[in-house]
Ligand binder design. Structure first.
Ligand SMILES: NC(=O)c1ccc[n+]([C@@H]2O[C@H](COP(=O)([O-])OP(=O)(O)OC[C@H]3O[C@@H](n4cnc5c(N)ncnc54)[C@H](O)[C@@H]3O)[C@@H](O)[C@H]2O)c1
Ligand SMILES: O=C(O)[C@H](O)[C@H](O)COP(=O)(O)O
Length: 386
């Protein structure tokens, strides 16, 4: 198909060529460097989370469709885009499963470091949408205790929801999965402020894979400097790509905003925006992710003997993805001079190694067991008896 559309896209959108080149003239540019001049002649703008899309970027352009190949939309000025009549599409849930795989890896790592058993922990999920809700299902299916805080959902549905401060008092592990919002009834900017951070109990675990500014990073750094008594995993940071280095050095798992970076999740994001653009243009989609996504490099694992439940979980989860790899790369980047660090943060993300997701892996065994079946079901894997 040839049209006169000009499509400007972030160069880090995977499969941009495969999905969008047939829809018009595709120009891929670095997302952080997009300016009004870059997009002046564009009809369609495709971004990731690093581009602020607002009046300053688009007022002088003819852009009528903005697609973000991400779950988060905090980089988009949605009220202005609506007022300007610009159609917006995002990719809800595209990498939710990847974040769940990251959280499993983070939990396993913090359990090893602290010497605590995961099955003894009460895990609190703050923000139980596509990511937090999927995490809730997986953790419950693993047999663990989970409590949820989600005031917007609590206002609309029946169910067991807890206020954040109750959750902070009650749980052993806090997992943050809210969007970043500054307005509305339940804003999340600095939801974990100094007061709440200082209320965290010695030995409590904190995992943030939502957005960096949901936690007051300076306050968390101050708490850890004064009392080094929490177990912390941070995937997201205030003011990325600049990171609070003192905080990063104090936490136990530090990664460069890659919790959602499975190949599957990133490519799903592209496909979802492609489908939305086709609908906007009134054309039949001709490309599909199933045609272009590479085969999973790990078909299955052969389990040859009996093992403890957590050891089995750790084997399966880490065979597919182990966030300690990303932590090691992130810590190397922390040693760089200030002037190079922000670029290196972006480079870690741009050149992220291929990572796939846990569901679909086959667990081969001579003798299945209740533990293995439960684990497989919880993780979305299947058991095949040899
Ligand atoms: N680290 C990563 O790589 C990564 C990957 C994907 C998503 N994210 C972030 O995670 C966020 C959540 O993703 P999702 O797909 O679950 O979004 P979602 O919209 O499906 O769910 C968000 C949930 O948070 C709840 N919520 C809103 N304000 C809240 C508050 N003040 N307290 C508690 N709960 C609140 C909402 O009611 C909703 O249920 C995204 O907006 C994005 O910023 C990060
Ligand atoms: O919101 C999302 O989907 C995730 O945070 C996603 O991983 C962001 O990736 P980025 O756009 O920063 O490459």
């Amino acid at each position: 198909m040839s049209t006169s559309l000009t499509i400007v896209a972030d160069e880090n959108i995977p499969l941009a060529e495969a999905f969008f080149a047939e829809l018009g003239e595709l120009r891929c540019v670095p997302g952080r460097d997009m300016t009004a001049a870059t997009v002046a002649d564009a009809d369609v703008l495709l971004v990731r989370s690093v581009t602020s899309v607002n009046q300053a970027l688009l007022a002088g352009s003819r852009v009528k469709f903005v697609g973000t190949c991400t779950i988060g939309t905090d980089h988009l000025d949605l009220p202005w885009l609506a007022e300007a009549g610009i159609r917006v599409a995002s990719a809800p849930g595209c990498n939710a499963r990847a974040v769940v795989d990251y959280v499993l890896g983070a939990l396993l790592h913090l359990a090893e470091l602290s010497g605590d058993e995961l099955e003894d922990k009460v895990i609190g999920i703050v923000g139980a949408g596509r990511v937090g809700g999927t995490l809730h299902k997986v953790l419950k299916a693993l047999g663990w205790q989970v409590k949820i805080c989600d005031p917007p959902r609590a206002a609309q549905e029946d169910g067991e929801f807890y206020p954040l401060d109750t959750l902070i008092d009650d749980v052993d592990v806090l997992c943050l999965h809210t969007p970043l919002t500054r307005e509305g009834e339940h804003p999340t900017w600095h939801l974990l402020n100094a007061e709440r951070i200082n209320k965290l109990r010695a030995g409590q675990w904190l995992i943030n894979a939502g957005r960096g500014a949901v936690v007051d990073n300076a306050a968390l750094e101050a708490r850890l400097a004064a009392q080094d008594d929490l177990w912390v995993a941070l995937d997201v940071w205030e003011n990325e790509p600049q990171v609070n280095v003192a905080l990063a050095k104090r936490v136990h798992l530090a990664t460069p905003h890659i919790a959602g970076y499975s190949l599957d999740g990133r490519m799903r994001g592209t496909e979802m925006v492609y489908l939305a653009l086709c609908e906007h243009l009134g054309i039949e989609p001709r490309q599909s992710l199933a045609n272009v996504i590479p085969e999973h490099w790990l078909k299955g694992l052969r389990i040859t003997g009996k093992a403890e439940f957590e050891a089995l979980l750790s084997t399966v989860s880490r065979a597919v993805y182990d966030p300690r790899r990303d932590d090691a790369a992130f810590r190397r980047h922390l040693r760089l001079p200030d002037s190079e660090r922000a670029g290196a943060f972006d480079a870690l993300r741009k050149h992220y190694p291929v990572r796939r997701e846990i569901p679909g892996i086959k667990l081969f065994t001579r003798q299945s067991s209740a533990d293995l079946n439960q684990l497989a079901k919880a993780l979305g894997c299947s058991v095949e008896t040899l």
